[in-house]
Design a protein around this ligand. Structure first.
Ligand code: ATP
Ligand code: MG
Length: 413
């Protein structure tokens, strides 16, 4: 419920504003207009740029078109949105609720429960049932429904992260969903559909949010880069978009982290008579003394964010390091020297074996080799990855990687 409550708390400083139901004025300005100035300043970009209307959601065109049609014809079924993190499920449903009811009415008409709330059997029996079983007395027509469709005669119950609900609670939901369909719609959001009870699944219209396409992520990243005046080259944006693997939240968080660390601070220049000349400039946001005036953003000098910064921030192994490992493994027949090269690269570039395995398998599949060679590689790397994630020793498993790749190469000859 946090999202909605925050909004309402911030929304309603003056009572007069409540009475006029100026939903139009507040709608779509959840993070920018409604928050106090300081909050907006310190808000993480994922929240600052959370889509407020369905049109702001990037990608998922077919899903959005279908949902829009449901609302237009006033035939909203129970919904199930599922898919990997950071693809816009929560944002979509909040934007949908805002579209149906308008920002001012959301508090009365929407019950949002997520993993931070207790959602055991008691909550289903009490809270959800109470909310679902009460009808609103006044119709939402007139000024109150401005910006939302005035005919919506149902309330919305959003169960976010529903795969974390207990089994018994899911069971109890089944009957409640059926019984109160007249005046309520459920929207269930989950990462994994298989963790939900099949009976619950069959009561909902399912939409799978696939990982976002690179183009869709780029649209928002470009917008943020422009609005926050981030200094970043286009190859670095390419790398960021590619490395975020369809997760918009990750893309924005990494961008913000890189932006913060790109601050360029002149160190105190040399003190007269001092022996050491301090003319070095260093990177990083300086700690400000309490009460010291804030430096305006425009006056802060920033370094250009490079591809390397992005790789470092995500802690992905840089492509040139992987290339070097690949060519060593493919060309050097002496296993010990292979192992030494990889070990020294791991130390000098700070690489983790798990990341090397992922990157290596992505590169190896691109090669054209005999099927049995490819099978040896893929099967072997999968085994090693499993053992590493189970706590296998880095040193020994690094040896195993060398063994597997070299074993494949030997098969080639
Ligand atoms: N399709 C999208 N369009 C625009 N922004 C998006 C999109 N998807 C994600 N974002 C950005 O990522 C943030 C997180 O998105 P959201 O909370 O909707 O993800 P989610 O799918 O609910 O993830 P989770 O499964 O982890 O709850 C949003 O605040 C927004 O800034
Ligand atoms: Mg979510």
């Amino acid at each position: 419920m946090s999202d909605i409550e925050n909004e309402m708390d911030v929304d309603a400083p003056a009572p007069s504003k409540d009475i006029t139901f100026s939903s139009e004025a507040t709608k779509g300005k959840r993070t920018t207009a409604n928050l106090p100035v300081e909050a907006e300043d310190s808000l993480p970009w994922v929240e600052k740029y959370r889509p407020t209307t369905l049109d702001d959601v990037s990608g998922h065109q077919d899903i959005l078109a279908t949902i829009n049609k449901f609302v237009d014809t006033n035939r909203l079924p129970h919904l199930l949105l599922y898919g990997p993190p950071g693809t816009g499920k929560t944002s979509t449903i909040l934007a949908l609720a805002r579209r149906i009811y308008g920002a001012a009415n959301m508090r009365q008409m929407v019950l949002e429960l997520n993993a931070s709330d207790d959602r055991g059997i008691d909550v289903v029996r009490e809270q959800i049932k109470t909310f679902a079983s009460t009808k609103q007395i006044f119709s939402l027509g007139g000024p109150a429904a401005k910006g939302g469709s005035s005919t919506a005669g149902y309330k919305l119950i959003i169960l976010d992260e529903a795969d974390a609900m207990t089994n018994t609670a899911q069971m109890a939901l089944r009957r409640i969903m059926e019984k109160y369909t007249v005046n309520t719609r459920f929207c269930i959001i989950a990462n994994y559909a298989h963790k939900l009870s099949p009976a619950l699944l069959s009561r909902c219209t399912r939409f799978r949010f696939s990982p976002l396409k690179e183009g869709d992520i780029r649209v928002l990243v470009d917008k943020v880069v422009e609005e926050e005046s981030v200094k970043i080259g286009s190859e670095a944006v390419d790398a960021l978009v590619k490395l975020s693997k369809g997760d918009m939240r990750r893309a924005l968080n990494v961008l913000q982290a890189c932006h913060a660390s790109s601050e360029f601070v002149p160190a105190p220049k040399q003190v007269a008579g001092s022996v050491i000349k301090l003319t070095v400039e260093y990177l990083g946001t300086p700690l400000r003394a309490k009460g010291a005036p804030k430096i305006p953003d425009s006056e802060i000098k920033r370094e250009n964010i490079t591809t390397e910064t992005i790789y470092n921030c995500i802690a992905a192994p840089p492509p040139d390091a992987i290339k070097e490992i690949m060519s060593t493994l493919l060309k050097t027949s002496d296993v010990t020297s292979c192992l030494n090269t990889i070990n020294s690269l791991k130390v000098s570039r700070g690489l983790a074996l798990a990341d090397i395995i992922t990157a290596l398998s992505e590169e190896l599949v691109k090669l054209e080799v005999k099927p049995e060679v490819m099978i040896t590689w893929l099967d072997g790397l999968a085994e090693i990855e499993h053992r590493v994630s189970g706590g296998g020793s880095e040193a020994i498993q690094t040896g195993a990687v060398v063994g597997v790749v070299r074993g494949g190469v030997e098969l080639m000859n």
